[in-house]
Design a protein. Sequence first.
Length: 648
Amino acid sequence: MAGSKENPGKERIGHTNEIPEEERVSIIENSSRTLGRSVFFSVLIMIISFAPILFLTGQERKLFSPLVLTKTFSLIGAAMLAITVAPMLTRMLVKGKLIPESRNPVSNFFVRLYGPVARFCLEWRKSVLAACVVLLLGSVPFVINLGTEFMPPLDEGSLLLMPVTLPDVSNSEAKRIMQLQDKIIKGFPEVENVLGKAGRAYTATDNAPISMIETIIVLKPKKQWRDGLSKDMLIREMNEKIQIPGVVIGWTQPIINRVNMLSTGIRTDVGIKIYGSDLDSIYAISRQVENTIKGIEGLEDLYVEQLTGGKYLDIQIRRPDIARYGLNIDDVNMVIESALGGMVLTTTVEGRERFSVSLRLAQEYRNDMDEIRRIPVQTMAYGVVPLSAVADIKVSEGPPMINSENAMLRGTVLFNVRGRDMGSVVNEAKERIDEAFEKMPQGYLVEWSGQYENQVRAQQRLSIIIPIVLLIIAFILYITFHSFKWVLVVLLSVPVALIGGVYSLYFYNVNFSVAVAVGFIALFGVAVETGVLMIAYLNDTIRKLVAERGNGRQNISFPILKEAILVGATQRVRPLLMTVLANILGLIPVLASTGTGSDVMKPIAIPFVFGLMSATLFVLILLPVIYNLLMEWELKKHGALSVLEIKE
């Protein structure tokens, strides 16, 4: 200590002694310049890696763009603080004695744990590389068999029952069916409330016919359910008890049903749209499609939209007869309108409210064909004659509802997917349809819609944007290292990160969706960032080695090179683990969550967390091995290290 007091200017960083003010300021300024460059490239890579999500469209953009924008602005703000405020606070607050990193118990623990592992990997380089290749190839079957879907099914806490009956069902029969089903459903102990609706609302956006019933089922919290009962099991129990002849049952959820109907016109998970010019031909093709895909595993609630079976009261006026009675077309139409449709006679005023007063025959007369034929028609010369004397009255069949899209008539085959991923079900259905319809009739075509339409759109867009983003990241890495060699080494962390993500998806039984893609996109940026940090640290170690011993094979032997790489990798365990653990620990609450919304957030967090673990193992174990092999190859080939390639 006496020597320290006599020569304070000769004290070094890392000792528990006070540093002179000038030396402390110089150290902070040099560190800030190095930090600023590293922070800039790290933040830039993270922001660009998230860019594909901003180029999505439709539901996926509305759902995930707030996440990307929030993270982007947070990264920009954090980078500005790290470059400006952090050095200032360091200069103001870091004074007096500095404790060396070697005295940090947490850092020492990880260094002691990692040191023997890193040495073992550098000694058994070929075995480590072979093990990595085996793990990478072992994930290929999981990737091939990975299920696909548009979005993870969100548990809304309620169900929507959509039974569809025959098109010519009467109002009273539709009401009876709805009340019977609602009474059965209300008997389940898991059901809180039931509300049914038949027909359409007073809005032009709801074109539901009277034959389509909608019943909203509000469920109790899951803690009040029977033990061991899941949502799928509850749906199966309800579906078995409410089977009524002539009624096709469909199950979905209220929110996703409205979203699907507004965006694609399909009220189920998947719909097959058949376009053509003749409704009868479209209906025949629809029935053939139904028989073709029936029985596919996971395909539930199969239903063909009814294009025939509607009942119409057809009144054809006989012109010779009305001419004989001295009538015209308008006279007869006026009688029909007033008797059956109702004619507005006047308007009643009640305070601020006004109501139209209409007149027509009572329902028992309008429902009886004989009574309709006896509707009186007043003539000038012959008095009153029945309507049947001047018109032919009959009931004819026609389409209950005509749908058109893209200036073509349209029929639809609807089905839901349960117990299996949507991509596999649709692919199997496509194969069967292609075999059954070797050639579609001229003027008719088939199009897949519903959530599958959104899934295909998102996958096509991501398949274009992600490679472009990887090329941009590679360009930034080249600017950082000025060497394609190190760019390729860093980008190796991407497929290795995929290993952990793919295995985790299989373990958690999660299908690949847009949410999972968002998790992988977030993973790519962090994986590349950690790879850049390790290579930067190893490059710094090699620069110091060359500065101390000189360049060339005669100055640097393979054992010396290996020890230098081992020291460089070991001393940088703490910053790498800090970066990784900050990301992992921040997402642990998401992995442990079970409430509403966790269905969508977990598929984002699962591949990110476990993929980041595998990427970290790559950086700590495999990257020093690859770095050592490349440096030894440089010494063998050129007799010296490529110092220019690792220059700042």
